[in-house]
Design a protein around this ligand. Structure first.
Ligand code: SF4
Length: 374
């Protein structure tokens, strides 16, 4: 009989064979932070991940074997800015540990510092994330400022926020006016699997939001308005083939709901934050780490997203990627790890901070915020 962990479901529907752990300490409505869970301390996550070095070998040694160590940045292309950890959802696998109870939010001064840095960074794209970035009170102002600077702006949307309150009704048109690209999470094209991972009612609200975006021209052929969806597995396994899943998503969403979109990105669940909590609760942590390590792909290692992306947190601190941000692993240059001190040349000479979680980026076809990498 096939082992759950050796199956790479080729459709998101296959996820339903996997059961969620019923952990009494994991009420889905609250973040790890508000539960005062030990994993809410990034250092505890790092400690746990480091313990896997003795069993599976270290990511650093893997890179050394392949001649990729130390990992160095290439030209900066994307500045990913986390506007805050507040979100209207509390998804089971959120690597940010975002939720309605998180109040961290980027202040105006740091937003201005980000704009100043973008002007000298050479980055052509700014990727806004959260939490739900749309909930930031200065979200529209910030997007307009990016638009004035001719920077390509990506908004990572959970979709439901766009239909959660009247004040967001104008957002699809606002996105359109500012040429924003929307990258939206939708872990499955079935209600059952999406709601299992993200909460009751999320699927139907997501469809409502997708229809609004389609009506504004998003995801429609020839409109130039990009609407990309993100799939992440519903359990402790790697994503199926990105292209195959895209075909399934396109067929199912069009035939059943009349929805169109541009591309599907598959993203591997990183063994951190709430997914780490999930793995521990269902006793799958070691198996999952083993799966990631065994699926290590040197081609993916040479294209990890930290080589062309820089991550900024709500306080303005700099990280090699969003995952390092969540583990509180700032960029190695201690004198330049805040956006106010941004110096693209000096930063470009740094070595990227790595850890055992990085196996999540190099497994199988590779994984990044823009989908597969190998
Ligand atoms: S987790 Fe971050 S630092 Fe590690 S390989 Fe992935 S993108 Fe790079």
């Amino acid at each position: 009989m096939a082992n759950e962990l050796t199956e790479y479901p080729q459709s998101c529907e296959s996820n339903k064979v996997l059961k969620s752990p019923k952990s009494p300490k994991s009420p889905k409505s609250k973040s790890l932070r508000s539960r005062q869970d030990r994993l809410s301390e990034a250092s505890n996550q790092v400690k746990l991940l480091n313990q896997s070095c003795s069993t599976f070998g270290s990511f650093k040694d893997k890179l050394k074997e392949d001649g990729h160590f130390p990992l160095k940045p290439k030209a900066l292309e994307i500045m990913q800015i986390n506007l805050g950890y507040m979100c209207n959802l509390t998804c089971e696998h959120c690597h940010v540990d975002a939720g309605p109870d998180r109040k961290e939010i980027m202040c105006h001064e740091v937003l201005e510092q980000c704009l100043a840095a973008i002007e000298i960074s050479g980055a052509k794209t700014v990727d806004l994330t959260g939490g739900a970035p749309e909930m930031h009170p200065e979200f529209c102002w910030f997007v307009s400022e990016l638009s004035k600077r001719n920077v390509h702006c990506i908004v990572r949307s959970n979709l439901t926020i766009l239909v959660s309150n009247k004040k967001y009704d104008k957002y699809p048109d606002f996105f359109k006016e500012n040429g924003v690209e929307v990258i939206a999470s939708l872990p499955c094209y079935t209600e059952q699997n999406t709601d299992k991972q993200r909460g009751d009612g999320v699927f139907s609200k997501s469809l409502e939001a997708l229809k609004k975006l389609n009506n504004a021209g998003y995801g429609q052929e020839g409109s130039g308005l990009k609407l990309n969806l993100v799939y992440n597995p519903g359990g402790p396994f790697l994503p199926g083939d990105q292209m195959g899943l895209e075909i399934d998503y396109k067929r199912e969403l069009l035939e059943n709901f009349g929805i169109t979109f541009n591309h599907l990105y598959t993203i591997t669940n990183m063994p951190i934050s709430r997914f780490l909590d999930y793995l521990l609760a269902c006793g799958k942590y070691e198996e999952y780490m083993q799966k990631l390590v065994e699926a290590y792909n040197p081609n993916a290692a040479s294209n990890v997203m930290c080589t062309n992306t820089l991550s900024v947190d709500w306080q303005g601190c700099l990280y090699d990627c969003d995952f390092n941000q969540m583990l509180d692993l700032k960029v190695a240059d201690k004198t330049r790890n805040h956006i106010r001190d941004f110096d693209p040349i000096k930063l470009n000479s740094r070595s990227i901070v790595i850890g055992q979680h990085c196996f999540g980026c190099t497994a199988g076809a590779g994984s990044s915020c823009q989908g597969t990498t190998a």
